[in-house]
Design a protein. Structure first.
Length: 556
């Protein structure tokens, strides 16, 4: 592996400065085993970065061409996902099928953005379908939260509806299946793993006639049975190699009051049943490849229900975040247990958590296009997300100096100018005038330092430095090669708290109790006057986002 090649490529595309965050995913992508010793990998990368960043841009390009003669060739950038087969522009439709049992995590976000992308590309319809047929878990709060997430992700859909509003239609389909002898009531006691079906032995209840099943169906419907006493099963294919076809349950009793329908219904359809019916209303289903087995089952349900339209299925591997929790039920439990502060906790891989932390929607779009559509398992390193986000933020955020309290000391400069103009970023001529009175907060100085330059300011001759406080004299003149450059904050400053979220779980899947840490910084008072939600680059610290009472650390 040639880390120098990666560092040089990164440097020449970023004004001569390579960063470790962009090189780590490249290295791990080539050799995932390097993750076993991240400490050594980071040491090797940092060593190479120091070497590369010492070169000027021209020398970096020369060195890069020695390693890859085509590295600087102009390439046509691909900003499109692959074509979808069998699709007709303006006559296609896609769906967003959230279950309002939880709020959206980043896996949902990427999947929904994928549907949104193709709906826009082919000028098709995008339908929001709330799959709310689980009375125990679905709530209006989650419905509202999902709508908020979709709006934040800039996903616009053409219409929305709720499955629970179609219960009468589902009951009609179910009764017709019974009458056609394609489904039967089952009153046998079953183990939770449905072991009898997995032994590929059809339940003896299937031998009863249609009228017997209809009687039991009506008892289920009118609340005569208790939960678990009777279910409705589809007559599948007990000889199939696909276990999903072994007489699956398609309706079960649940007497929990529904957030939308109240106590109107006692039996509720299972996922495969509703998905089979609802997916027939659209042309293309983009789904996680883990659901491959369900396609055959849903096709059978549609056939038996007399529904002729089978949608085109586009299967892809689910999106997972390295070190993050992307299972909705686990996230919900963390929220309910108050292990985290809510769905917008910056340690979570939820949409609210990601966006609150400062990950841009544009970043997710670029990530989606980079990932493409594949059935191969994909675990996305956070460093990859940060690298894209950093590139996007750097085009639009302002730079400010900040100093950690524990690394600070006071500096008094005699004959100091009354003000100084500082640039705000690297991409425009924007600047800000800072009033001075000769008193500064700076990073602690080495006692051997005699002359230095305040960053974007002026030279200072040091006359005193006791390790806690320093005194110097203003000196006119330009920056001289080899002179130390010192970060500083004027006397008009404030202290802020910056909250950083570390991985919530360790490698053993245990909760990391120290996953939320606080940094205390000193910044110019004018920075804190920026609107809530503003992201800035605190130099030598990292990108940070302002909240009402604190700041959030985004990434370096």
């Amino acid at each position: 592996m040639n880390l120098k090649l990666y560092a040089l490529k990164n440097a020449v595309t970023h004004d001569g400065k390579a960063v470790a965050g962009a090189i780590v995913p490249k290295a791990l992508g080539e050799n995932p085993k390097l993750k076993d010793d991240m400490k050594k990998l980071m040491a090797d990368i940092n060593k190479v970065i120091v070497e590369v960043n010492k070169m000027n841009l021209e020398n970096q390009k020369k060195e890069l061409l020695k390693l890859d003669k085509h590295a600087l060739d102009k390439k046509e950038e691909v900003h499109e996902l692959p074509e979808i087969p069998n699709i007709i522009k303006k006559k296609c439709s896609f769906r967003l099928p959230p279950g309002p049992e939880k709020q959206l995590h980043i896996g949902h976000a990427l999947s929904f953005m994928l549907n949104d992308y193709y709906a826009k590309r082919y000028e098709g319809k995008l339908i929001l379908r709330f799959e709310d047929t689980n009375p125990e878990k679905c709530t209006l709060e989650y419905v509202k939260g999902i709508r908020e997430d979709l709006k934040a992700l800039e996903i616009k859909y053409d219409s929305e509806y709720f499955l629970s509003d179609k219960m009468k239609e589902y009951y009609t389909y179910a009764e017709n299946l019974i009458k056609k002898d394609c489904a039967y009531a089952c009153v046998c006691p079953k183990k939770s793993d449905d072991s009898e079906s997995f032994d590929k032995k059809r339940c003896s209840c299937a031998d009863n006639d249609v009228n017997w099943s209809l009687r039991h169906w009506n008892k289920m419907k009118y609340g005569t049975y208790k939960e678990g006493e009777c279910v409705l099963r589809l007559k599948g294919d007990m000889n199939s190699k696909n276990s999903a076809m072994w007489d699956p349950i398609i309706f079960r009793i649940n007497k929990t009051k529904h957030y939308r329908q109240g106590s109107k219904y006692f039996i509720w359809p299972m996922y495969d049943f509703t998905a089979a019916i609802e997916d027939s209303l659209i042309t293309h289903v983009l789904r996680d490849s883990n659901w491959t087995q369900r396609v055959e089952l849903q096709n059978l349900i549609r056939k038996n229900c007399g529904i002729k339209n089978n949608p085109e299925n586009v299967l892809y591997s689910r999106y997972e975040i390295e070190g993050g929790v992307t299972k909705g039920r686990v996230i919900r439990q963390l929220v309910e247990d108050k292990t985290v502060t809510g769905y917008d906790d910056i340690r979570l891989t939820t949409v609210k958590g990601f966006l609150r932390k400062g990950i841009q929607v544009e970043t997710l779009r670029e990530l989606l296009i980079e990932l493409g559509i594949t059935k191969s398992k994909r675990t996305i390193p956070m460093d990859k997300i940060y690298a894209i986000n950093r590139r996007i933020l750097e085009k639009k955020v302002n730079h400010y100096q900040a100093i950690k309290i524990e690394e600070s000391m006071k500096l008094t400069v005699k004959n100091c100018p009354s003000s100084i103009v500082n640039p705000l970023n690297n991409h425009s001529k924007d600047s800000v005038e800072i009033k001075l009175n000769g008193e500064f907060i700076i990073n602690k100085l080495d006692k051997n330092v005699k002359t230095f330059r305040l960053k974007n300011g002026f030279n200072v001759n040091l006359v005193k430095n006791d390790g806690k406080e320093a005194v110097g004299e203003y000196e006119a003149g330009e920056f001289e090669k080899g002179m130390n450059i010192v970060s500083w904050i004027s006397n008009n400053n404030i202290k802020i708290k910056v909250i950083e979220g570390l991985p919530l779980m360790n490698e053993k899947g245990e909760i990391n109790k120290n996953s939320l840490i606080t940094h205390e910084l000193i910044i110019e008072k004018l920075v804190n006057e920026l609107p809530v939600g503003t992201i800035v680059n605190f130099e030598k610290f990292g990108y940070s986002k302002k909240e009402e009472t604190q700041w959030i650390f985004v990434h370096e």
